[in-house]
Design a protein around this ligand. Structure first.
Ligand code: ME8
Length: 520
């Protein structure tokens, strides 16, 4: 049986409600999952919640409730946001699930039995916000960076994983697999970290200091370090230790942002290597949303609530903006002005207008019935050429999770389509008795272009795509006709695939897709 395509997001801390950063990684993963399903791949898309550790314990204490009650009350905020954003995950994990706890304990026992764990006394700096021991090397101008929050001095006896023993192997693996950590600047960052000797990883916390965690199976006085607990979610959710595990592992993509690069590119691979598991195929870290030049984060409290944007602009517009603007290699300033610009220019004006005028003209001039196309002219060839190029560019960008590029290629086609309308001026053709055949061709080409566009935007804006399909009165038409999907496999559109809407088909009533929004 072919392996399922398996994609994950980080599991988010439940110390606070989700913000646009969490929404972004989840949307990125969703777009990829929808794209893979469109290609016909069996797809597992996992997201979830990281519910143990100091941060969560403290958040619960602050609210005067038990940690479990706190988690149970926070989880619905994430789940309902995913629903509102049309997230199509088919697996959801909470690290307080009993199955997950058992897998973490089995995993630790395995590491222990393999001689990969030992106990020692440790003295150092600890960031509560990152739930990590940090070193003075991370200080800038004598201070720890703001996103680490309060950093305290600590001395403790703990269990350690022999991470340093895997350093040479890891360096070698990264060098031999250039596409494993993406983008390249993040890969270089990891290689840079690995130039210094790796320290062993502290994997336990004394219960006296932190009670809220999974007990260490070989010492009841300790709980598991939250990052070890959290990373194991990627295998516990797909049945590690059971036959079904091999249907999904290795993961095709772990999507993260750059803040959790070390945990995913150093801790996780060395842990996997220590128990002899295969590596995930790609760890892909996008940049951060900044807000006035600072990282947007719960710790800093400068967050944008996605629900406000969804309320005003709709989930699809938010999804589009996240995929169009958030970058892989660099950080992006979040600005509402930019959002409005994108909404008005790309969505309402370019895409919305093309779809609406194409369908309205077909309705007005041919009573909504798709006419037969006739002789090809220069403009027609150019339009088809543009669709053809879009398939190639889109496919290769999507395969690599380069959404900015994929959308750029689609919007080139949108622009080409709008130009095609202006070049052919159907409203003029409609007035000339001798131009009737030509008008047929133009209307046919426009309605087919709209159908192709619906397919391209579907992973990004699933509701808008299905709105277009229902205006075309073809819901599911492209899905049902498997042969039409072939263009996605070959990455090119041959003439026979252009005509996706049959001649004689009657479309429905055109309606605006995006009402224009003025600045508030
Ligand atoms: O780190 N810009 O959880 P977390 C873009 N529980 N993305 C952002 C962002 C920003 N400003 N802020 C957050 C944890 N994110 C751990 C993960 S995984 C085994 C355990 C997104 O709630 C981004 O994906 O702090 C980032 O990596 C993640 O949220 C961190 O979420």
């Amino acid at each position: 049986m072919p392996k399922s395509f398996y994609i994950t997001t980080p599991i988010y801390y439940v110390n606070d409600r989700p913000h646009i950063g969490h929404a972004s990684t989840t949307v990125w993963a969703d777009v990829q999952a929808r794209y893979r399903r469109m290609l016909g791949a069996k797809t597992l898309f996992l997201t979830g919640l990281d519910e143990h550790g100091m941060k969560v314990q403290q958040a619960a204490e602050k609210r005067g409730v038990s940690p479990q009650q706190h988690c149970d009350e926070m989880a619905p905020h994430f789940q309902s946001l995913w629903k509102t954003l049309n997230i199509s995950n088919n697996a959801f994990i909470r690290t307080t699930d009993s199955h997950h706890k058992k897998v973490v304990q089995d995993f630790l026992s395995k590491l222990h039995a393999a001689g990969q764990i030992y106990k020692k006394k440790y003295h150092g700096w600890y960031s509560r916000a990152a739930e990590q021991f940090v070193t003075e090397k991370e200080m800038v101008d004598g201070k720890f960076p703001a996103h680490l929050g309060e950093v305290i001095e600590l001395e403790e006896e703990n269990y350690f994983f022999k991470m340093s023993a895997h350093q040479e192997w890891l360096i070698d693996y990264i060098k031999k697999n250039p596409e494993w950590i993406r983008p390249e600047n993040r890969r270089n960052e990891v290689l840079g970290t690995l130039q210094r000797p790796l320290e062993d990883l502290c994997i336990s916390r004394p219960k006296a200091r932190l009670a809220w965690g999974i007990p260490i199976p070989f010492d009841p006085e300790y709980v598991t370090y939250v990052w070890v607990d959290a990373l194991v979610n990627y295998i516990s959710a797909i049945g590690y230790g059971e036959d079904r595990f091999n249907e999904c592992w290795p993961a095709d993509y772990h999507l993260i942002a750059k803040d959790i690069l070390t945990t995913h590119c150093v801790y996780w691979p060395t842990m996997l290597h220590a128990v002899g598991l295969e590596m995930p195929r790609c760890i892909l870290a996008h940049g951060w949303w900044l807000f006035r030049d600072e990282k947007m984060s719960k710790t800093l409290g400068n967050i944008v609530n996605p629900l406000n944007l969804i309320g005003r602009f709709g989930a699809d517009a938010v999804r589009y903006f996240i995929c169009r603007e958030l970058q892989l290699g660099t950080d992006t300033d979040f600005s509402e002005e930019r959002f409005l610009q994108r909404f008005n220019a790309d969505l309402a004006n370019d895409l919305g207008n093309l779809v609406n005028r194409s369908l309205s003209m077909l309705q007005r001039y041919r009573d909504g019935v798709v006419p037969e196309a006739g002789g090809e002219e220069k403009f027609d060839e150019e339009l088809k050429q543009s669709i053809n190029e879009t398939y190639g560019a889109y496919r290769s960008a999507m395969d690599q999770v380069k959404y900015g590029l994929a959308l750029e290629s689609v919007w080139k086609l949108v622009t080409r389509g709008n130009r095609y309308v202006d070049e052919n001026a159907p409203w003029k053709l409609a007035k000339e008795a001798t131009a009737s055949k030509r008008l047929d061709t133009v209307l046919n080409h426009l309605v087919n272009t709209v159908a192709h566009l619906a397919r391209f935007i579907a992973p990004f804006m699933p509701s808008i795509a299905s709105k277009i399909e229902s205006q075309l009165l073809t819901p599911g038409l492209l899905d049902k006709r498997n042969e039409r999907l072939e263009v996605f496999y070959v990455g090119a559109l041959t003439a026979e695939f252009f005509q996706v809407i049959p001649t004689g088909h009657k479309i429905g009533k055109p309606e605006p897709l995006f009402p224009r929004q003025a600045k508030e």
